[in-house]
Design a protein around this ligand. Sequence first.
Ligand code: PRX
Length: 671
Amino acid sequence: MTANSNASAGILSVLHETRLFSPPPEFSATAHIKSLDHYRELYRQSVESPEKFWGRQAEAELVWSKRWDEVLQWEEPFARWFVGGQLNVSVNCLDRHLGTPAANRAALIWEGEPASDDKPGEERTLTYQQLHHEVCRFANVLKRNGLKAGDRVIIYLPMVPEAAIAMLACTRIGAIHSVVFGGFSAQSVADRIHDSTAKMVLTADGGFRRGAVVALKRNVDDALKLTDSHGNLLAQTVEKVIVLRRAALEALPMEPGRDVWWHEELSKVDAHCPAEPMDSEAPLFILYTSGSTGKPKGIFHTTGGYLLGAKLTSRYVFDLRDTDVYWCTADVGWVTGHTYVVYGPLANGATSFMYEGAPNHPEPDRFWRIVEKYGITILYTAPTAIRAFMKWGEAWPRKHDLSSLRLLGTVGEPINPEAWMWYHKIIGGARCPIVDTWWQTETGTIMITPLPGATPTKPGSATLPFFGVVPEVVDDQCQPVPRNTGGKLVIRKPWPSMLRGLWGDPRRYEQVYWSDVRGSYFTGDGCRQDEDGYFWIVGRIDDVLNVAGHRIGTAEVESALVSYPSVAEAAVVGRPDEMKGQALVAFVTLKTGVRPSPDLRQQLRDHVAKEIGAIAKPDDIRFAEALPKTRSGKIMRRLLKQVAAGTEIKGDTTTLEDLNVLARLTASSDE
Ligand code: PRX
């Protein structure tokens, strides 16, 4: 079974899957949404009278310090939700649970990476009461160090409770956080500081990853020294760096006046920190993600609409209840970690489990040990992880009692039906519903998903839209396509947790998302709707690849390659990969006089890791004498994709400038 997409020749979807799994009756009996009819009725209300629906939800679900005047102001493509309202995210995630039975419930349960199976990782549990205390103290640290409402702050931390504490502390005082994944390089940190003009960086001496220490503070030091092409410091707006001691690295240089220790600062403050009432439309966070041009996009979300979406989707999609121990395995550096490790679960008073380490360190049963030990009831992970578990073999999960699990989820890329079935049988014991959730950094929250007590599932389909979401599949002329025909996935109506723009660049926001299909938000994904109205995502149709569940812009990798002195030109395309979904293949031409070599290949991979981060390293680098181009000079990626995949070259080559280039490329691809 394969799924295929090709933007210019229309989108082909050839996945045929007929298995249907109804929600188990015992699950539906106690679920928040118990039947498809119940879902359909609520969905109908949400799209027929969205303002009434969302106004009612906002009133019931969130604590406001000032009520809004208007539910929605919509001037395409700019939305404002709950206009005039004021609230604070940390109040909604913490204070509101104090004085209720949730106060002494675990908000976060954390386990650090173990050194070995005999040396388990550290464990910490923070109740809502304790988390509130820690967030208030750290919010006072931020204030003491000069951070104010509206200021931007970079969070570059490992998966430790302090990452969540830092995010919530920012929201308490109204500062805008931008979390940078710990796997990104100094250059990426500098670029993000520069784009967001951040005043402060929160980091750690180091983080643990598969037994090694990632030197985060050193990367920050390097980032703060980097310059642009005019010799100006990229990160010149940074005034303070607050450093968490995590890895106990010896002799860490601290710059006087700029760098301070987290624990020393905490000793100087108390835990009294009134929350700042924030405008519903005040920016909450910026998260950078790959686009189809070289420059990452600073997607920003605002306060009221985002929080409402995070809370409602968490409750209904994961059917959250007080007794759950819910584990979303995403790092807080990604949007999934924002919405479904921190804000969504905490707004619901749920228990969110956080793990610092990798799934196969020290052994490939790490996740299953955790499920057994903590009695995890809901597990939310990525298809790429599931495929890795399949490869390591079912003996590892079989060693553990996984009977506490009652619900499974996936996110990040299409899940192939084989992986879905394995997850269902081996992890879920054929008893747990699976929610395959489609959404994006831009959408803020889950958009297309089963509701586990209501929606019959089909392996590989994200099924039906969440409340208030109006997706449609259209052709290149923006016309809706018939059922079972591939097309572009668009969203027809604004929704509360939608991105409000690209930081500092409203024009690019309009151009990237709202110019392709008039009157609609364009997702960049290809999709098909089947005879039951179920949505089947077939993957990206722009020049963005999905590698192991992470979006990587080919242009970004290309510009990193071209910045290496011996490279003349580079083109990066995707090749289907069993484990990662897609692998990155780079075609590189060298400057005159430079000879290809295995060493150079390694240097280029290291260079990309330095420029962007290890996640963007090409899996394969092929040196070419020239790249296939159209007569107008455009690189013919369609042909390169076929060369990369080793498939027969098909389709029109009449615009190709020099046919010999292609012949040489296919011949050289075996080297
Ligand atoms: O292509 C879709 C894919 O991941 C993209 C969004 O990536 P990102 O912003 O990094 O967010 C990932 C986590 C929300 C989408 O445009 N994608 C995400 N979830 C699914 C998916 N593709 C198919 N099925 C999914 N469930």
